[in-house]
Write a protein that binds this ligand. Sequence first.
Ligand SMILES: *[C@@H]1O[C@H](CO)[C@@H](O)[C@H](O)[C@H]1NC(C)=O
Ligand SMILES: *[C@@H]1O[C@H](CO)[C@@H](O)[C@H](O)[C@H]1NC(C)=O
Ligand SMILES: *[C@@H]1O[C@H](CO)[C@@H](O)[C@H](O)[C@H]1NC(C)=O
Ligand SMILES: *[C@@H]1O[C@H](CO)[C@@H](O)[C@H](O)[C@H]1NC(C)=O
Ligand SMILES: *[C@@H]1O[C@H](CO)[C@@H](O)[C@H](O)[C@H]1NC(C)=O
Ligand SMILES: *[C@@H]1O[C@H](CO)[C@@H](O)[C@H](O)[C@H]1NC(C)=O
Ligand SMILES: *[C@@H]1O[C@H](CO)[C@@H](O)[C@H](O)[C@H]1NC(C)=O
Length: 397
Amino acid sequence: MLRALFLLLWEFSSNCYPGSLDRNKVAGKIVVCVASDFSISRRIRKMVVEDARGRGMILVNPEDTGVPFDSGTFPFIEVGGRYGTSILKYMNSTKNPKGTILAAVDVPGYRPAPSVAYFSSRGPGPLTENILKPDVMAPGVSILAAFPPKNVTGTVPAGEKPSWYALKSGTSMACPHVTGAAAFVKSVHPKWSPSMIKSALMTTATVFNNLGKPVMNNSRQSASPHEAGAGEINPIKALNPGLVFHTTTLDYLRFLCYYGLSNKDIKSLSPRTNFTCPSNSTNNDRLMSNLNYPSISIAVLSRRRIGRAATATQTITRTATNVGHVNSTYIATVHAPSGLRVEVLPRKLVFTERVGRLTFRVVFNGTKAPRGYNYGSLTWRDGRRHLVRLVFAVNVE
Ligand SMILES: *[C@@H]1O[C@H](CO)[C@@H](O)[C@H](O)[C@H]1NC(C)=O
Ligand SMILES: *[C@@H]1O[C@H](CO)[C@@H](O)[C@H](O)[C@H]1NC(C)=O
Ligand SMILES: *[C@@H]1O[C@H](CO)[C@@H](O)[C@H](O)[C@H]1NC(C)=O
Ligand SMILES: *[C@@H]1O[C@H](CO)[C@@H](O)[C@H](O)[C@H]1NC(C)=O
Ligand SMILES: *[C@@H]1O[C@H](CO)[C@@H](O)[C@H](O)[C@H]1NC(C)=O
Ligand SMILES: *[C@@H]1O[C@H](CO)[C@@H](O)[C@H](O)[C@H]1NC(C)=O
Ligand SMILES: *[C@@H]1O[C@H](CO)[C@@H](O)[C@H](O)[C@H]1NC(C)=O
């Protein structure tokens, strides 16, 4: 009974639960916490150790997220099960286990990178699956960013000033990278519209990591377009995309009609246009997928012909605008999972001085495709340097 109680208490303190650490034992020490209960976050565990005046903390987390934690100035490290076991063995092997806290160092050339962080938002989008989400990836893990200095006792080492910088993670860090890239493209092509810049960033995004393998997710498997979107932005390549997929405000207003908004709703959103919805167009999945977007998504591709709404094939159209050399010829290649038939018509686009925009169709046939989301890409190549990739996600039912 007593032993069971002891084990229970040990469990509490080894997890670094709030209130479980004895300040007399912990003060001035490096504390090793073993995460076996995941109901409390590493932020809370760190606060518990800091509160008990620990000098630093090692968190053994068998479900290692692989993403560093914004621990501020408090010495903190997280290790997975393998290193954790070695540390615990070492601690068992001696009466007086010792650790050393070294100054932080830069780790250049980390591999594999980029990869999709565990907390990164996954598609499909909650509002409609006829537009692929997310669009792109950008750096968002442990970004050294400007930060309002916080002068809270205990967070600033004695004699030091609060920092104007902090390591931060999340969309708030990825978004400024994309914004900067968009501004960079705009500075070189001042006449390009936002949709052209977005298209340039998406169709030139990189889908390989620095090991030359497809970008992975946090389970170390190939990341799908619902995790990585079109890939990680490559601002230099986005300066010269070859082709862009251009959309106008009118395209988006029509899209809202297809989504189901009424003329009255749209009038209130866009009072200065005399726009009215095309008749019989509301709640039209097929037309939503036809927005001239730089990726393709089909919410439902039926394996069988059911009524009029869903058929075994669906045809998507896109219009490409040439922003490269005026005389350019592009050839399409398709990467699709076996079973999903994807045909591009025509397979060749010939741009000339008089032909700057061309429309093509992509026919998806899901008759033999596995059920669920099928992912792939369609790439236009001009035989020079341009590679215009449209990723797709097709949900076969
Ligand atoms: C350390 O010792 C404790 C108590 O004897 C034991 O329960 C635990 O399994 C040991 N841990 C390692 C990693 O050897
Ligand atoms: C931080 O706060 C302490 C007391 O609250 C104050 O004495 C000190 O001047 C402040 N330091 C800075 C850099 O603002
Ligand atoms: C990672 O990708 C694999 C295969 O694409 C998928 O099955 C898995 O759910 C993904 N893992 C996470 C954590 O998203
Ligand atoms: C809207 O219609 C009115 C009246 O027909 C016309 O005067 C105005 O120029 C139109 N506005 C736009 C943005 O087309
Ligand atoms: C209604 O939709 C069908 C199919 O898209 C189209 O052929 C027809 O012309 C539309 N009718 C009107 C009145 O717009
Ligand atoms: C494009 O091709 C036409 C016809 O071959 C030629 O006359 C023209 O000079 C070319 N334009 C450029 C910019 O190379
Ligand atoms: C779709 O593919 C199947 C075979 O995979 C074929 O029998 C069928 O004719 C195709 N449908 C269309 C409309 O092309």
